[in-house]
Structure formats: C-alpha cells, structure tokens
Design a protein around this ligand. Structure first.
Ligand code: NAD
Length: 479
C-alpha cells in the first residue's frame, strides 16, 4: 500500500494545490511505495512568503537562542533515526546497516556543529583614519535560501544547508528530487517537535521545473545547490544576482605510487568505488597506478573486490545495494561499452546483475587498461566501477589526474612524506587525502573543488550564510 505523502510548507503538512503526484517506485523492490505531491507556483509563493517572515524574526534572535534551536532539532531527530534510515534505504537503495544509519547520525552532526559554531561567529572592530570614527562589522543572515539537493544523500545534504542556515537566522526552502524526498519529509517531524518557527524550513520535492521556479523567484536571496555540474551551469545562468554555494560533480583520482602500501591502496580504492554504489561526488572515479607496481596493485584490487557484497540493502551482510535510478545505470552501461571498444579489459563484474527485484542492481566492476580518452576516464561515472589507468612515473600521474576539470577530492598513496607534499602541491583538487580513500570526509572539513567544480564550503560553514554588515559611528556629530 503506497503512502500518501504531504509537503511541508510554512510549518504545515499539506497536499498543496498542484494536483500532480509523483509515483515513487523503490529501486530496492520495484514496488510503488509512495505518492509525492508536486507543489504549484502558488505553493512555492506561500513557502517564500512564510520564509521571509521567519527570517525577519530570527535575525533578531541571539546566537545562543539559535544554537538552542539547533540542539532541540538534533534531540528531536534521534528517536526518528531508525525509521528515517529505513525509508532512506527503501527510496534510495543504500545499505541500511552499513550506510543509512550512519547517514542519519551524520545529519544530526550538522545541527550540533552549527550550534557550536553559531556562538563563536563574530564581527570585528576595524581601525579608522578619522579619530572620531568607530567601525564595526556584524554578521547578518542573508535571508531566504533555496537549497536544491541531489538524490545520493537525500537527508544529509539538505541538512548541510538547514543546520548552518538556521543557526545564522536564515530560512531555508529545500527542494529535494521528487524520487528521494520521503526520508527528509519524515525528518521534518523533528522540526515541528523542536519548535522551528513556521516557514523557517519548508520542503518542496520536485524536479527541474520546480527548481527553475525557485532559482528565478524574486523572493529568494540565495541558492544552495548540490548536484551535477551540468545543472549548476544552468542555475548560474538563470539565478541573476543571488548569493550561492555550488557543490558539483567530481572525477576523483586515486594515485598509487611506487612506494605505496599496496594492500591498503587496493582495498581503499575498491571501497571508494563501491560505497553508496559509487554514487558519491568524491567516489574513487579513477585509479592512476605507476607502472612499476601496476601488476601487483591490479592483483590486490581484484582480491579486495570481494568486500563489495551486492544484495538486499536491508540484509546486514550487504555492502552495496542497487543504483538509485535508470539514467545512472544507463550512463554506466554506456561508459563501460565505450571503454571496452577503446581497448580496456573487464577484470571483475561488467554490468547489471541478474536475479534481483529490479534491473538497478549493478555488479561491482573493475576495468583495467582504461584509455584516457574514454568517457569512463574523462567523465564522472557515479556507478560501482573502478577504472585503472597507468602512468610511467609521478610526473605523468599528476598530469593525468589534472586533465579532469572536476577537481573535487583526490587521494595519493605513498609512504614518503616528501612525496605526499610533492603531490599535494601539484594536484588541482579541493581536497587531497593521503593514504585513505577519496571517500573520506568529516562534517566540519572545508569541502569544495578546484578546477571549476565547486565554490564549496569554507571552514566552519556558517560565514557563507551571512552578509557582512559594516556599521560606522561618528562620535563628534552628536548633540
Ligand atoms: P542533478 O544536477 O541532476 O540534480 C540536482 C538537483 O537539481 C535536483 O534537485 C534536481 O531536481 C535539480 N534540478 C535539475 N535541473 C534543474 C534546473 N534546471 N534548475 C534548478 N534545479 C534543477 O544532480 P543529481 O543527479 O541529483 O546528483 C548527482 C550529482 O550531484 C553528481 O554529479 C554528484 O557529483 C553531485 N554531488 C555533488 C556533491 C558535492 O558536495 N560536490 C555532493 C553530492 C552530489
């Protein structure tokens, strides 16, 4: 029996006035699990108006009051964690035990971090040339944000915007994709429980047309976008003068040097390619191995691939569930076919798995001798594929890594500190991880890309949600 979901607008649960519904099909079971109402332009206007009222009120709260709100939200999420994680697995496909539960715990962390940071965000006293003047800066909320989010982390990514946004007095309207919005809507019950002001958070699931409407809406001050670079380009062209945080695609290289711990490199590269079935912006998208250790690394990677256990994501032994959607699976099919045509070899897996309830279960795949001009190397694949490329030496490995313009997160395996810094100085990437997977992250690390991928998150994350206001006092022009 499919669940009839409701939109969360201006602190109320509503079907909206759109009269259109998305039929939500689980990638895990193939069953029709929910009906998602799609908001009309009038519903969006209502959310924007309520958000404006909420941020006008919250800008006058003290930082400590906003921090308390974030802590109340975190406390209210905790009893819902298992149910949110279960729904997320059903609608997204990631393993419940190995990943989904962790995601929800991480989601909570965005509120804890924001509560701590809010109390320490401060302005400055700036020296002036005029002895009668005093100059101060204050951090003011930007206002109303539209957070346009992807389907690979349906809960954590929206909360990366909601936590810091509320902590600094902003209102956030979240637009998740219509096909991964149920878990987030479930979590919104915690906003009610915690006493979030009406309109400070609204959740409006939908696709590109609802996204475009929000991007162009005159009542929206800022866009938080996490998604593909292709969509990001469209948004930048359409948004006009709005503040923005843009988090986009990655094509993360893992470089394996001659002095690397090859066992660690192999198992962490495999992990980085199968975690969330490869549907991660900082997934291991390419391994670049120097010739000297190539054969040994390939053998170890094939051995390590048994860690990718494809299966029912509700089974505790499963480490990899189905892909979320058909366009993603079809893209991986195309990239594999192209790589094979150009001379690559499949060592493990190689396509869709048989005998599962949907066609979205994809075998973990290792492809060797991948040519650099193949789409598997040049583009983000977003599937459970480990492409292996080779380089004659360190210089060539850096050159291959830097030929992608999606420099989000890279990894280097080496036992030499000097070599680690040599690489970090040369790889154009927002983050360089030494001796761990590209899939490493912390909720408080600066996260963003080089080479045109992202504008990204800075340190602490809260400043991006504020405008810097300067206030100047003249001490002599008084009565
Ligand atoms: P997508 O770009 O297709 O969609 C992202 C969001 O944008 C969705 O909510 C979608 O409905 C909306 N959208 C689509 N067209 C729009 C338009 N014209 N105007 C406004 N909104 C529009 O991306 P996706 O397939 O959902 O997500 C996968 C991508 O996200 C990958 O490229 C991945 O690397 C990236 N990603 C990046 C990060 C990061 O932190 N850099 C994190 C997660 C995912």
């Amino acid at each position: 029996m499919a669940e009839d979901l409701k939109l969360y607008i201006a602190g109320e649960w509503t079907e909206g006035t759109g009269n259109e519904f998305h039929k939500l099909i689980s990638p895990v079971t193939g069953e029709h699990i929910a009906n998602v109402p799609l908001a009309s332009p009038a519903d969006i206007d209502r959310a924007v108006a309520a958000a404006r009222t909420a941020t006008e009120d919250m800008r006058h709260w003290s930082a400590f009051e906003r921090a308390d709100l974030c802590l109340r939200i975190a406390a209210a999420i905790e009893p819902l964690e298992e149910e949110i994680a279960r729904i997320q697995t059903l609608e997204q496909g990631k393993p419940y035990q190995a990943e989904s539960l962790d995601d929800i715990a991480e989601a909570n962390q965005y509120f804890y971090n924001a509560a701590e940071d809010a109390k320490r965000l401060s302005g400055e006293v700036i020296p002036t040339s005029d002895r009668h003047k005093r100059m101060f800066t204050f951090r003011r909320p930007v206002g109303v944000w539209a957070a346009i989010t992807p389907w690979n982390f349906p809960v954590t990514i929206p909360l990366e915007y909601v936590g810091p946004g509320l902590a600094t007095g902003n209102a956030v309207i979240v637009k998740p994709p219509e096909f991964t919005s149920w878990a987030l809507l479930k979590l919104a019950e915690a906003f009610d429980e915690a006493g979030v002001p009406k309109g400070a958070v609204s959740i409006i699931p939908g696709g590109a047309s609802i996204g475009e409407h929000l991007v162009q809406h005159a009542g929206i001050d800022a866009i938080g976008f996490t998604g593909s670079s292709a969509t990001g380009k469209k948004i930048v062209a359409q948004m006009g003068i709005k503040r923005s945080i843009m988090e986009m695609s990655g094509n993360g290289p893992t470089i394996v040097t001659a002095d690397a711990n090859l066992e660690a490199a192999a198992s962490l590269a495999v992990y980085g390619a199968y975690y969330n079935a490869g549907q991660v912006c900082c997934a291991t998208e390419r391994v670049i191995v120097v010739d000297q250790v190539r054969d040994e690394f390939v053998e170890l990677a094939v051995k390590a691939s048994t860690a990718a256990v494809l299966g029912d994501p509700f089974d505790d032994q499963t480490t990899m569930g189905p892909l979320n959607n058909e366009p993603t699976a079809a893209k991986v099919d195309r990239q594999l076919a192209d790589a094979l045509e150009r001379g690559a070899n499949v060592l493990v897996g190689g396509g869709r798995a048989k005998g599962f309830p949907t066609d979205l279960y994809y075998d973990f795949t290792i492809v060797d001798r991948v040519p650099e001009d193949s789409s598997l190397s040049k583009e983000e694949s977003f599937g459970p594929v480990l492409p292996i490329l080779t380089a004659s030496d360190d210089e060539e490995a850096v050159a291959v890594a830097n030929r992608s313009n999606l420099g989000l997160q890279a990894a280097v395996f080496t036992s030499s500190l000097a070599k680690a810094f040599w690489y970090a100085d040369r790889i154009r990437s927002g983050t360089v991880v030494v001796n761990d997977s590209t899939d490493f992250w912390e909720t408080f690390q600066p996260f963003g890309g080089a080479a045109g991928t992202d504008t990204g998150w800075g340190r602490g994350r809260l400043e991006e949600f504020t405008d810097l206001q300067t206030v100047v006092f003249d001490l002599k022009n008084v009565k």
